[in-house]
Write a protein that binds this ligand. Sequence first.
Ligand code: SF4
Ligand code: SF4
Length: 86
Amino acid sequence: MALKITHACINCDVCEPVCPNQAIYQGLEIYEIDPALCTECVGHFEAPQCQQVCPVDCIPLDPDHAETREQLQAKYEGLVSVLGPR
Ligand code: SF4
Ligand code: SF4
């Protein structure tokens, strides 16, 4: 399941550089997450790095993008084949 950033985001900029998949970007109003690139950090870390650094706890799981761990692992492997290891 990808994560999403809610409107509680204060645009503090700290999550974008910690994402190993470059899934986080500055949107029109707040930071956003590309669900095609977010693996919940599967393949890189034990826990979602963006959630750990967000000071206002505004990055929940996105129920609109439900995925199993196996699907997340496959997404990670697909990204590595395109982007190379991080
Ligand atoms: Fe990036 Fe990991 Fe956050 Fe997904 S959970 S947006 S891969 S840092
Ligand atoms: Fe927004 Fe949280 Fe990212 Fe800061 S860490 S830019 S508050 S989502």
